[in-house]
Design a protein around this ligand. Structure first.
Ligand code: UFG
Length: 337
């Protein structure tokens, strides 16, 4: 792929562009000179993370969506806005079906009305459910075990149907575990409440949390703790630009895993953070967290073959170092920036 093929044409509307992966992707679009507008309802995102033109809007509000499409005339959409907690989705499935499925339908209808035909969106390895084999390639059956995973699979199916019937160009990017922070040090992972392993471990190193709980050490893995494939958020951002450029070159439909293909256990992540931060990071074992498969590691070569994408920063120590630089500079998240 040439540089031009890695950079899509805009304008691009980024939903959820104030969130973790959305803000990094918006930054990369801007750096490549692609016109971009962010749409976010700031329910979990951060206005401080956005330096692009911004529309405060909820995807449930069709009239607002139509106005945004009329004002900015986006050629394409990158759709991040969604609810993303597996545990919460079990407690509140209605919220997940509304925000992830119904709001995506609303977005697709607004796109159809505005004749906007290209969409790249966040899917997840959670659409595969419990792995029948590892690593997980894209041909693995999709049988999600949580409402979260099911809503993401519904989104994939809805888009496939729109692609067939209405000519929508679609790319479903199935992420493994997004991690790390911008190398510039000003964008990173800030969730309230935080549930993800790496930011929680780094809170212990910062002294704002006493210890990290390891959720289960009796899994059928080498050290008994869960194994995940951590992928740098800037590598994810790069893959979105490539996927959109590929769609624009006639590549639809796409469904592509994004991971490094290498797994690290919870204990290995904690050990890496100890080395990176120089802090002892006390850990204690607690019972398994419901719904955690023992091992999730990305397989297949589709990202490389179709997008020419390789992770530039696959090393877990680099990923944790970048996250550490951000968290040290922003111990209260974006609240103090
Ligand atoms: N973990 C701990 N202690 C903690 C937090 C997490 O041991 O305090 C463990 C989890 O049990 C898991 C691993 O660390 O084994 C990673 O957990 P995260 O919460 O960081 O990430 P998940 O793997 O649960 O979630 C990610 C995405 C979801 C996606 C899911 C697919 O954030 O959006 O992968 O399984 F749905």
């Amino acid at each position: 792929m040439s540089a031009a093929q890695e950079t899509p044409a805009g304008p691009v509307l980024v939903t959820g562009g104030a969130g973790y992966i959305g803000s990094h992707t918006t930054r990369l679009l801007q750096a490549r000179g692609v016109p971009v507008v962010v749409l976010d309802n700031l329910s979990t995102g951060w206005r401080q993370a956005v330096s692009a033109p911004f529309e405060l809007a909820d995807l449930g509000d069709r009239a607002r969506l139509d106005a945004v499409f009329a004002r900015h005339r986006p050629r394409a959409v990158i759709h991040f806005a969604a609810k993303t907690y597996v545990g919460e989705s079990v407690e509140k499935p209605a919220l997940y079906y509304r925000e992830n499925v119904f709001h995506t339908w609303n977005l697709l209808e607004a796109m159809r009305a505005a004749e906007c035909r290209e969409i790249v969106f966040s899917s997840t390895c959670a659409t595969y459910g419990n792995p029948l084999r590892v690593p997980l390639d894209e041909a693995h059956p999709q049988d999600p075990i949580s409402p979260y995973g099911r809503t993401k699979l519904h989104m994939e199916h809805m888009m496939q149907d729109y692609a067939r019937a209405y000519g929508l160009q679609i790319a479903a990017l199935r992420y493994f575990n997004a991690a790390g922070a911008s190398r510039a040090g000003d964008l990173g992972e800030v969730h309230r409440p935080e549930t993800h392993l790496i930011p929680l471990v780094l809170q212990v190193a910062l002294g704002t949390r006493a210890k990290i709980q390891i959720f289960g050490d009796d899994y059928p893995t080498p050290d008994g703790t869960c194994v995940r494939d951590y992928i740098h958020v800037e590598d994810l951002a790069d893959a979105h630009l490539r996927a959109l450029a590929r769609l624009q070159a006639g590549g639809s439909p796409l469904a592509i895993n994004l991971g490094t293909g290498k797994g690290f256990s919870v204990r290995e992540v904690i050990e890496t953070a100890r080395r990176v931060t120089g802090h002892p990071i006390p850990a204690a074992t607690s019972p398994r967290r419901e719904g955690d498969p023992p091992i999730l590691v990305s397989g297949g070569t589709r990202a490389r073959d179709v997008l020419g994408w390789e992770p530039a920063r696959p090393d877990i120590a680099d990923i944790v170092s970048d996250a550490w630089r951000f968290h040290r500079a922003h111990p209260d998240g974006y609240a103090q920036s």
